[in-house]
Design a protein. Structure first.
Length: 206
């Protein structure tokens, strides 16, 4: 019997996962609706796999992922999210997730994904794998970015917001904001979202 920890702040999602897994295999199920509960359940149960939502209140799913892997680098985590943006998929995989499934995918695909991750594979739905491949294989523009700009860009790609980047680099919020503006001008990008996408495309967020 494989143990599964489901981390989602929507109980109806947890209930749906329970119904699916009860019909699809021999699983021992645990649940958590907050990041704090997730850490407690993980420490208590050491599940074989964690099914993790990215949109948790408070501590976000990516931070939960990082902390779980710090606690146990062998932890297997399948992201199960409403978000289908390949930027988020790439971030999750770079942070150590073993797979990514959206809540719009076919319900039976959840069991397929769990079994794949438990078997040591990285699982993506076919549509998500195609989108991610298109994004990560676009020809890259490589303008002359300064070391400071590259540092800010790398942290943006890792999911940090401007205030967190300022604290991490020991500079002011205004300096970070100005640096982002300069990079957008150099790269001919419209907004911070496009900066984040660029960081992921160029593998600067690793």
């Amino acid at each position: 019997m494989k143990s599964v920890l489901i981390v989602d702040d929507h109980r109806i999602v947890i209930a749906g996962c329970r119904r699916l897994l009860s019909r699809g295999g021999d699983y021992e199920l645990f649940e958590a609706t907050t990041a704090d509960e997730a850490f407690i359940r993980f420490a208590e149960r050491r599940p074989d796999i964690v099914i993790l939502d990215l949109g948790l209140p408070g501590t976000g799913g990516l931070e939960v992922l990082r902390r779980l892997l710090t606690e146990d680098p062998r932890c297997r985590v399948l992201i199960f999210s409403m978000y289908d943006d390949p930027i988020l998929v790439a971030r999750a995989l770079q942070a150590g997730a073993n797979g990514y499934l959206t809540k719009n995918d076919a319900p039976e695909e959840l069991i397929v994904a769990i079994e794949a991750v438990l078997a040591g594979e990285v699982y993506l739905s076919h549509s998500m794998a195609r989108e991610l491949a298109v994004m990560t294989h676009r020809p890259g523009r490589r303008p002359d970015l300064t070391p400071r700009e590259l540092d800010v860009l790398r942290l943006l790609g890792q999911g940090l917001v401007l205030g967190e980047i300022a604290g991490r680099l020991g500079i002011s919020y205004k300096t970070v904001a100005n640096t982002c503006t300069q990079m957008k001008d150099k790269l001919s990008l419209k907004n911070t979202r496009e900066l984040i996408r660029y960081a992921v495309e160029q593998h600067l967020a690793l």
